[in-house]
Ligand binder design. Structure first.
Ligand SMILES: Cc1cc2nc3c(=O)[nH]c(=O)nc-3n(C[C@H](O)[C@H](O)[C@H](O)COP(=O)(O)OP(=O)(O)OC[C@H]3O[C@@H](n4cnc5c(N)ncnc54)[C@H](O)[C@@H]3O)c2cc1C
Length: 333
C-alpha cells in the first residue's frame, strides 16, 4: 500500500519504521514484511541515489537498466508482502518507555518498536537551474558507476582533493579527453592530473551553466570575468555528499565521514535503532548491492529485536553453529 498524505495529524502503530526509500530501506522492508511483521517505510522519494543512475550494469541478476527500475522492482516486492510505503520526511525521533515515536513533515506520528535508518546520502549538487533535467542525460554524480559508459568520449569532471585524484585515475584511462575543473587553486590533485596527456586542467574555475538539447552537450565555466565553453559528452560532478540525519544525532554515534556507527549486525548504540546502506559505517564501498545487503542485515536484526520485545520465541540465528560432533555414519565418505 503506498500512501501520500496531505498536511494532517495521523497516528500509525507499526513494528518497524524504515526511514528511506533507497535500495537499503526497501530491501529491509521486503524482509520484514515477509516475516509477517508490520513495516512502515517513510521516504522523501522512492529510489534515492539510484534515481540518478542512468544505467545499472553491476547488480547481480539484474539486466542493465536505469537504476530507478531496480528500486521500483524491490518496492513492488516489498509491497506484495504488505509493506506500507509513505512519501514524506521524518523530521524528529524520540525514544520513550522502550518505544520510538517519529514525526513527519506532513504531520504523521509513527510509533514503532524498532527503527531502521536507511537515510543514505545525497550527492552535493552544483546548484544550477537546469541541473536536475540533465541527471542521467550526460550529467552524473558518480564516476565509479558511470565512467565505463563514456569510453573514448570527451568528458568534464568537477572535483578536487583525494576524490579528484581517484576520479581522474578512473576517467583518464577510459575517456578520449578529460576537462578537469578544479574550483580551488593549488589543489594537490592538479599535479596528479598533469601525469595524463589527455587531461586538460581548469584551475580555479566554477561551472556557470550547462546546456544541451536532448542531453547535456555544453558546459560553460568561469574564472573571474573569463568564460570558457566546453563541448562534452558528459559532465561528472564529485564534490561530496550531504546527509540528513540531524534528527537522529542524540541516539547514534557518527564517524568523521558523517556515517552512523553500527556493529556487524547493523545495531547502533540505542537498542532497537538500526542503520543500513550508504549512511551506515558497515558499508565500506558505496554500491547498490552492498546497501541492499546492509538493509537485509538491519532487517534481520530488527526482526529479532521486535520478536524479543514481543516475547516471541522465534529468532533468526546469526550463523550456523560450528559443531565438532563426529559425522553421522551415513555422511562418511
Ligand atoms: C549517479 C550515481 C550512479 C550510481 N551508479 C551505481 C551503479 O551503477 N552501481 C551500484 O552498485 N551503485 C551505484 N551507485 C551507488 C548506489 O546508488 C548507492 O550505493 C545506493 O543507492 C545507496 O542506497 P541507500 O538506500 O543506502 O541510500 P540512498 O539511495 O541515498 O537512499 C536514501 C533514502 O532515504 C531518504 N531519506 C533521507 N532522509 C530522510 C528522512 N529524514 N525522511 C524520509 N526519507 C529520508 C531519501 O529520500 C532516499 O529515499 C550510484 C550512485 C549515484 C549517485
Amino acid at each position: 500500500m503506498e500512501r501520500d498524505f496531505g498536511v494532517e495529524e495521523r497516528e500509525i502503530n507499526t513494528d518497524v519504521l524504515v526511514i528511506g526509500g533507497g535500495v537499503a530501506g526497501l530491501s529491509a522492508a521486503l524482509y520484514i514484511a515477509r516475516q509477517n511483521l508490520k513495516v512502515t517505510v517513510v521516504a522523501l522519494d522512492i529510489g534515492g541515489q539510484l534515481s540518478y543512475a542512468s544505467i545499472i550494469e553491476n547488480y547481480p541478476g539484474f539486466d542493465p537498466a536505469p537504476g530507478i527500475e531496480l528500486v521500483l522492482k524491490i518496492q513492488q516486492q516489498a509491497m506484495s508482502f504488505n509493506a506500507e510505503i509513505i512519501v514524506d520526511e521524518v523530521v524528529s525521533l524520540e525514544k520513550a518507555n522502550g518505544f520510538f515515536v517519529a514525526r513527519t513533515k506532513k504531520g504523521l506520528v509513527i510509533r514503532s518498536i524498532a527503527v531502521i535508518a536507511a537515510c543514505g546520502k545525497a550527492p552535493r549538487k552544483l546548484g544550477l537551474s537546469k541541473e536536475d533535467s540533465f541527471v542521467g542525460k550526460g550529467l552524473s554524480y558518480c564516476v565509479i558507476c558511470d565512467a565505463p559508459l563514456y569510453k573514448g568520449k570527451t568528458v568534464a569532471l568537477v572535483s578536487f582533493g583525494e576524490k579528484g585524484v581517484e576520479n581522474l585515475g578512473l576517467l583518464a584511462p577510459l575517456a578520449r579527453e578529460v576537462y578537469y575543473i578544479v574550483p580551488y587553486h593549488s589543489d594537490h590533485s592538479i599535479d596528479y592530473a598533469k601525469k595524463f596527456s589527455n587531461v586538460k586542467v581548469f584551475e580555479g574555475y566554477t561551472v556557470e551553466e550547462i546546456n544541451g538539447d536532448k542531453k547535456l552537450e555544453k558546459v560553460v565555466i568561469k574564472r573571474g570575468a573569463e568564460k570558457v565553453e566546453l563541448l562534452v559528452d558528459a559532465l561528472f560532478v564529485e564534490i561530496g555528499f550531504e546527509t540528513r540525519i540531524d534528527f537522529l544525532k542524540q541516539y547514534v554515534d557518527i564517524t568523521e565521514k558523517g556515517e552512523i556507527i553500527v556493529d556487524s549486525l547493523g545495531a547502533t548504540k540505542t537498542p532497537g535503532l538500526f542503520a543500513a546502506g550508504d549512511i551506515a559505517s558497515n558499508t565500506p564501498y558505496k554500491q547498490a548491492i552492498i546497501s541492499a545487503a546492509s538493509g537485509v542485515i538491519a532487517a534481520l536484526s530488527a526482526i529479532n529485536y521486535v520478536n524479543m520485545v514481543k516475547g516471541a520465541k522465534r529468532k533468526v540465528t546469526v550463523d550456523w553453529e560450528k559443531k565438532s560432533l563426529k559425522q553421522p555414519k551415513r555422511f562418511r565418505l
